[in-house]
Design a protein around this ligand. Structure first.
Ligand SMILES: [Zn+2]
Length: 438
C-alpha cells in the first residue's frame, strides 16, 4: 500500500491524498488553500488550472501521474471548500467518478457549475453504510462522523491489503443537534476487520481535552439571546454558512420569539441544499441573497428592530460580505447604541482574517454595538477525541494530514503515547511525497 500525500501536509487546507494498492489508486479530497482563494478575490472560478497551481490555491498532483497508478475513484469526505474546491480544476484529468454523500454531491455539483472549466466526471451519491464497488479489488463504505457540515464521513476503503480509513475533519459529538453521534459501533467493527492505514486530520490535535457538544452551544446561545432580547435593540448573528447544525441551534434557541432572516448568498446556497434533504426547516425564515432583497429585509428590520433576529454572512470580517455591509451602513438599517452582534464562530487564525475581523469589530464598536464572541464549538477533534479514534480503529499505520508540519508532529506525539513509532508505523509527510506502508 502506498500513500501519495499531495496536499494538506504543510498547511491547514488544500487537502488531497491518494492511496494506491496493486497499481490501482483512489484519491481522497481535492481542496482549496483558502487563504490563496481569498487573495484571488473571487476570481478563482475564472482562473485556469495552471494559474491556480501557480498561486498555490490547489494541490500539485504530479507525483500521482508519475506513479502510473490507475485512478479508479475520487472520494470526497465532506463539502467544505478545503476538500472540494479544487475538483473543477483537477478532477477532469482523471477518467473516474466522484463519490460522496448526497449533501456533499449538491455542493460538488454547484462548484463544478460555477467554474469556467467543464469537467465530465460523473458525481455519484453514496449513502452512509452502503458498500460501493469501485473495482474488483476495491470497495468503499462511508462511516458517519460529526463535523461542522452535514453528512461528513470517514471514508473506509476496503482493499486486499486491509482497510484504509481517510478521516480528514471529524469529531465525536455526544449531543449533536442534527444527525446522530459519530458511528462508534461501525468504527469498532472496522477496527476488528483490520485497518492497515489511517489518515486523520490534525487541525485541532494540539488542543487538550475534548470538543464540546453542539447542544452545549445551544444552552449558551439561548442565554445570550435571552439577555439580548431583555436588553432590547437589534440582534445580528453570524456563523459559518455550511454549519447547518448551528443554524438549527439558532432557530431552536430563538424559539419563535423573533422573526428570523438569513441574509447572504452562501447562506442561501447551503441552507436551501440542506432543506431539500430535510436537514433544516426554512418555512419560518426569510432567506435573501440579492442586493435588492437584502435591502428590503434590512429596511423592515430598521422599522421593527426588536422583532427580528438577523443571521448574516461574513463572520470572518470578509470585505463585501453581509456583516461588513451592515456595519458599513450600506443598507437602510443602521446600528444604534446598545444593539447586539453575536459571533457564533471562531476567527480563523491567519493574519488576513484576523485583520479583517479586527476592522469589522472596530466599525461595530464605534457605533456602540455590544459584541458576544466565540459562542461556538469546533468541528475538529481535540487530543482526547483523536485518542478515541486511534483506539477504536486500531490502525496498523498512521499518516496524519490536514495540518502544518507542527500539527502533524503533535499528532505523532499522541500516536507515540499510544504505542506507535515514528517512521515505523506513524509518518510525517510533506506535500508531493509518497510513503510506502508495509
Ligand atoms: Zn471541514
Amino acid at each position: 500500500m502506498k500513500v501519495h500525500t499531495l496536499g494538506g501536509y504543510e498547511e491547514v487546507g488544500r487537502n488531497m491524498t491518494a492511496v494506491e494498492v496493486d497499481g490501482e489508486a483512489v484519491i481522497f479530497d481535492m481542496g482549496y488553500e483558502m487563504e490563496e482563494v481569498i487573495n484571488a478575490e473571487g476570481e478563482v472560478n475564472e482562473m485556469t488550472t495552471n494559474q491556480t497551481l501557480e498561486t498555490g490555491a490547489i494541490p500539485k498532483d504530479e507525483v500521482l501521474y508519475e506513479s502510473d497508478a490507475d485512478v479508479r475513484a475520487i472520494v470526497i469526505g465532506h463539502g467544505h471548500m478545503d476538500h472540494v474546491g479544487a475538483i473543477p480544476k483537477l478532477a477532469g484529468a482523471y477518467d473516474c467518478p466522484i463519490l460522496c454523500t448526497p449533501y456533499t454531491k449538491k455542493i460538488v455539483e454547484k462548484q463544478i457549475e460555477d467554474d469556467r472549466k467543464n469537467i465530465q466526471n460523473p458525481v455519484i451519491a453514496v449513502e452512509k453504510r452502503d458498500e460501493y464497488e469501485i473495482s474488483d479489488a476495491l470497495d468503499l463504505e462511508f462511516i458517519h462522523v460529526n463535523h461542522s457540515i452535514p453528512q461528513a464521513t470517514l471514508s473506509w476503503l476496503k482493499t486486499p491489503e486491509g482497510g484504509a480509513i481517510y478521516g480528514n475533519d471529524m469529531k465525536i459529538d455526544r449531543s449533536p443537534v442534527i444527525e446522530e453521534t459519530t458511528d462508534i459501533e461501525k468504527m469498532k467493527k472496522a477496527g476488528e476487520e483490520g485497518i492497515e492505514l489511517m489518515i486523520p486530520g490534525t487541525t485541532r490535535v494540539e488542543d487538550e481535552g475534548r470538543c464540546r457538544s453542539e447542544e452545549s452551544v445551544e444552552v449558551e446561545l439561548r442565554d445570550v439571546l435571552d439577555s439580548c432580547y431583555d436588553a432590547g435593540g437589534a440582534v445580528v448573528l453570524s456563523t459559518f454558512s455550511s454549519q447547518i447544525s448551528r443554524l438549527n441551534t439558532v432557530l431552536e434557541a430563538n424559539d419563535g420569539r423573533r422573526k428570523v432572516a438569513f441574509v447572504g448568498r452562501s447562506l442561501r446556497e447551503y441552507t436551501e441544499a440542506a432543506e431539500e434533504l430535510g436537514l433544516i426547516d426554512l418555512s419560518d425564515v426569510e432567506v435573501v441573497s440579492y442586493f435588492d432583497e437584502c435591502e428590503e429585509v434590512m429596511d423592515k428590520v430598521e422599522g421593527a428592530r426588536e422583532e427580528w433576529l438577523v443571521v448574516a454572512t461574513g463572520n470572518q470580517g470578509e470585505p463585501g460580505a453581509q456583516m461588513d455591509k451592515i456595519a458599513s451602513q450600506t443598507y437602510p438599517f443602521k446600528f444604534r447604541e446598545g444593539d447586539h452582534v453575536i459571533f457564533s464562530s471562531q476567527v480563523i487564525p491567519t493574519p488576513l482574517t484576523q485583520a479583517n475581523r479586527y476592522s469589522l469589530e472596530k466599525k461595530m464598536k464605534s457605533q456602540g454595538v455590544r459584541l458576544y464572541k466565540d459562542v461556538h464549538t469546533s468541528g475538529h477533534a481535540k487530543k482526547e477525541d483523536h485518542r478515541d479514534f486511534i483506539q477504536m480503529l486500531d490502525p496498523s499505520s498512521i499518516v496524519p494530514s490536514h495540518g502544518t508540519v507542527q500539527k502533524l508532529g503533535s499528532y505523532v506525539e499522541l500516536a507515540r503515547e499510544e504505542g506507535y513509532t515514528l517512521e515505523k508505523d506513524v509518518f510525517i509527510s510533506e506535500n508531493g511525497r509518497t510513503i510506502e506502508i508495509n
